[in-house]
Design a binder for this molecule. Structure first.
Ligand code: ATP
Length: 352
């Protein structure tokens, strides 16, 4: 188990900055997800941790030891890619045992560890099958098993579930978490899928355009996004952000949202703001201070998503499907609990 420290880490490809001044510490045995849209620099970061890419500046330390210049083979990292690398002519067992053989692990110990990992990843029934005939789902599970079985101090996974189907992805989420609980490896997991990050990671590092925007537990980044990018990117649908103006009202401070009404605030200074609230925090209320027109109703199982509009404002509301749902075209009056309101500076887009 190893602590990873990235200090002022950066990578440029010619004039293009793929990663700018990243400072991040990943604790021993911690599961951190690097989350962000395509091209934000996640894989670049991961490849530098692995030793496949040299930083342009800054350094990476494993347990205090500077890794700059240390080749991948000497870093004690296991790496699983989006595209599994499996020896198709070998059986599942032979694939799993491969890394142990090169480490000189005894036959009895190999058998035990292969058996254990196969059990954990539900590969036991197909241990003697040739990899060539197996489905994409199983091959990816095998790729994970093959890297995990050697028990690397650091386990790096780069979008390992992006090629597998949705149902299987859900199963794998819990299996990967179980795997980490069992081995207590330091795990770094690259994904653009916030559900994967939210469900598995101890902490999430949200990235965009080569920058680390926020690091926190899943609930911290969900409840207290540092800026509007994180607010929109985390949550499905993301946070609503309406332009408004903080005013003194008869009853205290409020944000004036024009056509959408005005929402009381706990506190705030006068001026333009972006008024943020989660779709899940919309509370239908005939006496509520806000009002928007329902433009679309999307029913998805246990939840109903309402698309709302008022003047220039657009927002979404997520209601429990059991709740009485307004029809398309109806006016929805609602309130947002004061402690669920988040304000952002419209110029810097940072949380206020
Ligand atoms: P994805 O999920 O699409 O891989 P990512 O967040 O992992 O996205 P990176 O692969 O780290 O992003 O790439 C970050 C940026 O750096 C992208 O714009 C990419 O085009 C660029 N980039 C990556 N590798 C190179 C390279 N070898 N030469 C030039 N540009 C590169």
């Amino acid at each position: 188990m190893t602590e990873i420290v990235m200090q002022n880490l950066g990578k440029a490809f010619g004039d293009f900055t793929a990663l700018a001044d990243m400072d991040l510490t990943i604790g021993t045995g911690e599961f951190v997800a690097l989350l962000g849209p395509s091209g934000c620099g996640k894989s670049t970061t991961m490849n530098m941790i692995a030793g496949m890419l040299a930083p342009t500046h800054g350094e990476i330390r494993f347990d205090g030891r500077n890794m700059n210049g240390v080749p991948m083979a000497k870093r004690g990292v296991g790496f699983v890619f989006q595209n599994y690398a499996i020896f198709t002519h070998m059986t599942v067992r032979e694939n799993l045992a491969y890394g142990l053989k090169s480490q000189g692990v005894t036959a009895a110990e190999t058998r035990r560890r292969v058996g254990e990992i196969a059990e954990l990843l539900q590969l036991t029934p197909m241990l003697e099958r040739r990899a060539a005939g197996l489905s994409v789902n199983i091959l990816q599970r095998l790729a994970i098993g093959r890297s995990a079985v050697v028990e690397p101090a650091i386990f790096l996974l780069d979008e390992p579930l992006s090629n597998v189907d949705a149902a299987f992805r859900a199963v794998m989420r819990s299996e990967l978490k179980a795997l980490q609980r069992q081995f207590r490896q330091t795990m770094v997991y690259v994904t653009h899928d916030q559900l994967e990050a939210m469900t598995m990671a101890d902490r999430i590092a949200v990235m965009d355009h080569g920058k680390l925007l926020q690091v926190g537990t899943p609930l911290e980044v969900y409840n207290h996004p540092a800026d509007t990018f994180v607010a929109r990117f985390i949550g499905a649908p993301g946070m609503n952000l309406l332009r408004g103006r903080v005013i003194g009202a008869d009853t205290g401070v409020a944000v004036d949202l024009g056509a959408a009404g005005r929402c009381p605030l706990r506190s705030g200074q006068g001026g333009e703001v972006l008024f943020g609230f989660r779709p899940e925090q919309v509370q239908p209320d005939p006496q509520g201070p806000m009002q928007m027109t329902v433009t679309t109703v999307e029913r998805i199982g246990a939840r109903t998503i309402l698309h709302l509009a008022a003047g220039d404002h657009l927002a979404k509301a997520v209601l429990d499907s059991e709740a009485e749902t307004p029809a398309q075209g109806a006016e929805l009056r609602f309130s947002v609990p004061a402690d669920a309101v988040r304000l952002f500076d419209p110029k810097t887009e940072r949380a206020l």
